[in-house]
Design a protein around this ligand. Structure first.
Ligand SMILES: [Ca+2]
Ligand SMILES: [Ca+2]
Ligand SMILES: [Ca+2]
Ligand SMILES: [Ca+2]
Length: 719
C-alpha cells in the first residue's frame, strides 16, 4: 500500500467529484477547530514534508506537479510565511499506483548546512492488467535515491533559487557532485549518497513480472548513518553517509486484519521517522482498509533494533513529533491523514501530553495533511496540506488549567496551610487506584497562588506571587517548574500594590510574568514575554476598575488578551477586552450585575471555539424572596453572542457562610470548561461535564491531616 493510494480511494468513493472538489466541500462543512489556526503559506506543489531550519526558516519538500522533474524544496520564513524556492526541477514523476499523482522529494533532514533528501517512487512502476511492471523509461535515474545538499551558509536570506538540470541528474547518477549557482552568485553543492533499488519482483500467477516499487518517505540521521523508511517495502534502511552502502535495519510485518473487510493482512506503511535519544519513532499509515484505531507509532532502538509499540489507537498516522525533551514530561504531536479514508474525512492533529494518556485533538479539519514541524521558540506548529498546497499554522497549545499530571484534564487541587506554609495536595484526574497524588509545600499564607505553565511543558507549575512590602517593595514570582520540581525559580517582578496576572501574552505556550499596576488613574500591565523581546508597558483600564485584572484569549489568535471589569452605577458589569501588545480594544460586553453578591465572573472557553466566554455565577439573592438567580450560571458565548442559563450547585448563604463556590476547570478534558462548584461541607467537587452532560462528583480533602485552609484562592477568586 502506498501513500499515493490514499488519493485513489477518496476519488473512487466520491465518483463524479474530483478530489479537489470533494475536499473543498469538506473544508466548508467542517468548521470546528479546537486550536487557533491560520493559513500561513500557499502556492506549494503537493507538499510532502516540512522541517524547521536555521533561525527563522522552514524547509518544505514538494512532490511536484504533473510534469516530470518538477519536484521542489521551498524555503519559508516562519514568521511571515513568505516562500522562496530553494531548489526546483528535482526528480519527480507521475505515480500511477492509484490515480496519477506526483511523487518526488519526500523526507528531509537538516544537519547544519547539510540537507539530506529522499526521492520517492515517481513513475518507477507502470500499471498493466493484473499488476505493475517496471517503467522502461522513468522520468529520472534518481528515483528512490538519497541526496545530500550542501546549502550556502546564508541560505536563510536567499533571494533566488537553484535549478537542477537533466544533465545535472545524469552527473549525479554517475556519482559525481554537482555545484549549482543561483542568480545572486551563491552556490549549492549536491551529491548522491545512495541510489536504492527501485523495485522488487513480486510474481503473480497472471503476471510473472509484477513488481512492487520502492517509496522512500522519511529520513533521520544519527552519527554517520541515515535511517530511511520505505513506505512501500515496509522496512527501515540504514545508509552510510560516507560510503553510501545500505542495509535493511528493520522490517515491519503486516498484521492480521481485525475486520471482515479487505485482505487478511494489513500492510504497515511506515511514513515518518524521528530520532529521540536512542530510539527512532516511526509512524505507520497502516494500509487498506484503513481500520479506525489500528494504526500506531512504534519505536525502534538503534542499538538493539528492538521494536515496541509506542502510541497505539491511531488512524492513518502520517507523522509523529516529540517535543519538550525526554522522560515523563515529553509530549507528542501526532498527525492523522484522515479519520476515515474510505468516506473522505479530513485529517487531524493530536497532542499527547504523555504517550499513555488520552490525546487532545488540536485541529480536526486538516485537508490531506502530510507533515508537521514545531517552532521551539514560538511554540507554533506548522502543518503541510498536500492537496490545497499550503501550510496551516496552529497556535501553541496551552496547558489545561490546573493540569499538573499532564492528563489533559484539570486535576483536583486543595491548598491548605500547615506550619505557616501553603501545602498543595493534588489528586490526579482521572483518579486511579491507588490514587496518584502530588504534595508540595510551597509558599506563604500571604502569597497569591498562581496557576500557570511557565516552562511550557503542558503541565502546570507550582507557583505563588509574593507582593513587596513598604520596607522591601520588590515583588517576586516563585515557581517550582514541573520540568525541575526540586529547584525553584525566583523572578523579581512588580512592586508593592501591583497585582499578578496569569496569561500567555506572546502566544508561545508559556505563561509570562505580568503584573497590573494602578497609577495615574489607569492600569498599566507590565509584561515580560517568555518568548523574548522587550518588556511591555500596556495601558488598559481605569484605576477605578474592579479588583483582579485578568487575561484570556477572546479572538482565538493564541495570545491572551487583557480584561478589566467596570461596575456601572446600576450594578451592571461591563467587561473590556484589550490587546496585550497595544492596549487597543478587542471587544467589550455588558454581562452580569454585582447586586447578587457574591458574584463570580470567569473568563474562558465554555464552547470549544477557542474564544473565551464570560460566565457569571450568582451566589445569593440577598434576601429577595422572588429572586431566582442564586446558584445560576449565565454564560455569554462571545463567538456567537448567544447565551445559556444553567442552574447548578447550592447557592451561597451569607448568614451561615455555607453553600457552593464556583470553580474553573475542564474536568472531562474535552477542551471546554465545565460548569463546576466546590462544596466545602463535604469537600467534593461537582462538575457538569461539557462532553456528555453527566455530573462528576469527586471527593478530595487533600490529606486528612491537613487543616483546611477554608476559603482557598482557587475556590473563591475571580480567575
Ligand atoms: Ca510546566
Ligand atoms: Ca508566553
Ligand atoms: Ca487574543
Ligand atoms: Ca469539559
Amino acid at each position: 500500500m502506498k501513500i499515493q493510494n490514499i488519493q485513489l480511494k477518496i476519488t473512487q468513493k466520491t465518483l463524479t467529484f474530483s478530489l479537489a472538489i470533494a475536499l473543498a466541500i469538506l473544508l466548508g462543512a467542517v468548521t470546528s477547530r479546537a486550536q487557533g489556526t491560520s493559513v500561513f503559506t500557499t502556492g506549494l506543489n503537493n507538499p510532502s514534508k516540512i522541517i524547521t531550519a536555521g533561525q527563522t526558516s522552514l524547509l518544505v519538500a514538494e512532490s511536484g506537479m504533473t510534469a516530470p522533474n518538477s519536484g521542489r524544496i521551498s524555503l519559508v520564513n516562519r514568521t511571515t510565511g513568505a516562500r522562496q524556492t530553494l531548489i526546483d526541477n528535482l526528480p519527480s514523476g507521475l505515480n500511477r499506483s492509484g490515480a496519477p499523482n506526483p511523487s518526488g522529494p519526500s523526507g528531509l533532514k537538516l544537519n547544519a548546512q547539510k540537507l539530506y533528501l529522499t526521492i520517492g517512487a515517481g513513475d518507477t512502476a507502470m500499471p498493466v492488467t493484473g499488476g505493475f511492471v517496471a517503467n522502461p523509461a522513468p522520468s529520472s535515474p534518481l528515483l528512490d535515491s538519497v541526496l545530500e545538499l550542501t546549502l550556502p551558509a546564508d541560505y536563510e536570506t536567499l533571494a533566488s533559487g537553484f535549478t537542477l538540470s537533466a544533465a545535472n541528474q545524469t552527473t549525479l547518477n554517475g556519482n559525481a557532485p554537482v555545484t549549482l549557482t543561483n542568480a545572486e552568485g551563491k552556490q549549492l553543492t549536491i551529491r548522491l549518497v545512495a541510489n536504492l533499488p527501485n523495485f522488487v519482483v513480486e510474481p503473480r500467477p497472471t503476471l510473472p513480472d509484477n513488481i512492487r516499487e520502492s517509496n522512500l518517505y522519511g529520513i533521520e540521521l544519527s552519527g554517520d548513518s541515515l535511517y530511511i523508511v520505505d513506505a512501500s517495502f515496509n522496512l527501515l534502511y540504514r545508509v552510510s553517509i560516507t560510503t553510501g552502502t545500505h542495509e535493511t535495519f528493520a522490517t515491519f510485518a503486516p498484521r492480521p486484519n481485525p475486520t471482515q473487510m479487505g485482505p487478511p493482512f494489513i500492510e504497515a506503511v511506515p511514513d515518518s521517522i524521528r530520532l529521540v535519544g536512542n530510539n527512532l519513532l516511526i509512524s505507520f499509515l497502516t494500509g487498506f482498509p484503513f481500520v479506525t484505531g489500528f494504526a500506531e507509532v512504534r519505536s525502534v532502538n538503534i542499538e538493539t533494533r528492538a521494536q515496541t509499540v509506542f502510541i497505539s489507537g491511531l488512524t492513518t498516522a502520517l507523522d509523529v513529533l516529540p517535543f519538550n525533551g525526554t522522560g515523563d514530561n515529553d509530549s507528542y504531536l501526532v498527525m492523522e491523514y484522515s479519520t476515515s479514508f474510505l468516506t473522505g474525512q479530513p485529517g487531524r492533529l493530536k497532542l499527547f501530553t504523555s504517550r499513555t494518556e488520552s490525546p487532545r485533538i488540536l485541529v480536526n479539519n486538516l485537508i490531506t495533511p502530510t507533515s508537521i514541524a514545531r517552532d521551539a521558540q514560538t511554540g507554533s506548529i506548522f502543518v503541510t496540506e498536500r492537496t490545497p498546497g499550503r501550510i496551516t499554522r496552529v497556535s501553541a497549545p496551552q496547558a489545561i488549567y490546573k493540569d499538573y499530571f499532564g492528563t489533559g484534564r484539570s486535576d483536583f487541587v486543595r491548598n491548605s496551610v500547615v506550619d505557616n506554609n501553603i501545602v498543595w495536595n493534588i489528586l490526579r484526574n482521572p483518579p486511579g487506584a491507588p490514587a496518584q497524588t502530588h504534595r508540595f509545600v510551597f509558599g506563604l499564607p500571604t502569597d497569591t497562588i498562581i496557576y500557570g505553565d511557565f516552562d511550557g511543558d503542558l503541565r502546570q507549575d507550582i507557583a505563588v506571587y509574593r507582593e513587596g512590602t513598604t520596607a522591601n517593595p520588590q515583588s517576586y514570582f516563585y515557581i517550582l517548574p514541573s520540568t525541575s520540581p526540586n529547584t525553584f525559580i525566583s523572578q523579581p517582578w512588580g512592586t508593592t500594590g501591583d497585582k499578578p496576572v496569569t496569561g500567555d501574552f506572546d502566544g508561545d505556550g508559556k505563561t509570562d510574568f505580568c503584573v497590573a499596576r494602578r497609577a495615574n488613574n489607569q492600569i498599566v500591565w507590565i509584561i515580560l514575554p517568555s518568548g523574548g523581546g522587550a518588556v511591555r508597558y500596556v495601558a488598559f483600564g481605569l484605576a477605578s476598575d474592579r479588583e483582579n485584572p485578568t487575561a484570556a484569549d477572546f479572538n482565538g489568535d493564541g495570545r491572551d488578551d487583557l480584561i478589566v471589569t467596570r461596575t456601572e452605577p446600576n450594578g451592571n458589569l461591563t467587561h473590556y477586552i484589550g490587546d496585550a501588545s497595544s492596549g487597543a480594544p478587542v471587544l467589550s460586553a455588558q454581562w452580569g450585575n454585582s447586586s447578587f453578591a457574591p458574584t463570580t465572573v470567569f473568563f474562558g472557553d465554555y464552547t470549544g471555539d477557542n474564544r473565551a466566554d464570560i460566565a457569571v455565577n450568582y451566589g445569593a439573592c440577598n434576601s429577595n424572596p422572588t429572586c431566582d438567580t442564586a446558584g445560576t450560571w449565565w454564560i455569554l458565548q462571545t463567538g456567537s453572542a448567544n447565551y445559556t442559563v444553567t442552574k447548578f450547585g447550592i447557592p451561597f448563604n451569607a448568614q451561615t457562610n455555607t453553600g457552593d463556590r464556583p470553580v474553573f476547570g475542564d474536568w472531562d478534558g474535552d477542551g471546554k470548561l465545565d460548569i463546576s462548584v466546590f462544596r466545602p461541607s463535604n469537600t467534593t467537587l461537582y462538575a457538569l461535564n461539557s462532553s456528555n452532560g453527566q455530573i462528576l462528583a469527586q471527593f478530595w480533602d487533600g490529606t486528612s491531616a491537613s487543616a483546611a485552609r477554608g476559603n482557598t484562592p482557587d475556590d473563591s477568586a475571580i480567575h
